[in-house]
Design a protein around this ligand. Structure first.
Ligand code: 5GP
Ligand code: ZN
Length: 112
């Protein structure tokens, strides 16, 4: 498996962990766009949100729940953003489903 985030999940490529459980792993983005910028990924390889189906419903809910737990843990009570870039037009660059958790500054809208 040549997937970058699969290698991060197994520890083959080092990362700074923020949270982990049986089905998910969260780590610091290598190019942070905010004071808090974490990536939350399923341990299992899923290429993108567009590749999910009925069998992924509970996992998708779990990943969002993890984002909320980490946000609370990091003291992001003032607000934060969860982003799932999907596909070419969505700006996805790593083909392993991931949630960006961004916070610690005021974020602008709309995105580019
Ligand atoms: P995407 O553009 O697919 O939504 O997000 C991919 C993210 O992965 C980017 O924010 C990028 O900075 C991050 N990233 C790419 N390579 C690595 C890496 O080797 N380690 C970590 N921690 N993050 C990475
Ligand atoms: Zn993968």
């Amino acid at each position: 498996m040549s997937c970058l985030f699969c290698k991060i999940v197994t520890g083959e490529i080092p990362s700074t962990a923020a949270y982990e459980d049986a089905s998910s792993y969260a780590f610091a983005d290598i190019h942070p766009q905010a004071p808090v910028h974490l990536l939350i990924v399923p341990r299992k390889h899923i290429p993108s949100l567009d590749a999910t189906d009925e069998s992924h419903r509970s996992l998708l809910g779990h990943l969002l729940w993890v984002a909320a737990q980490i946000a609370r843990d990091k003291g992001l009570g003032k607000g934060y953003r969860v982003v799932v870039n999907t596909g070419e037009d969505g700006g996805q660059t790593v083909d392993h489903l991931h949630l960006h958790l961004l916070g610690g500054r005021s974020l602008t809208w709309p995105p580019g």
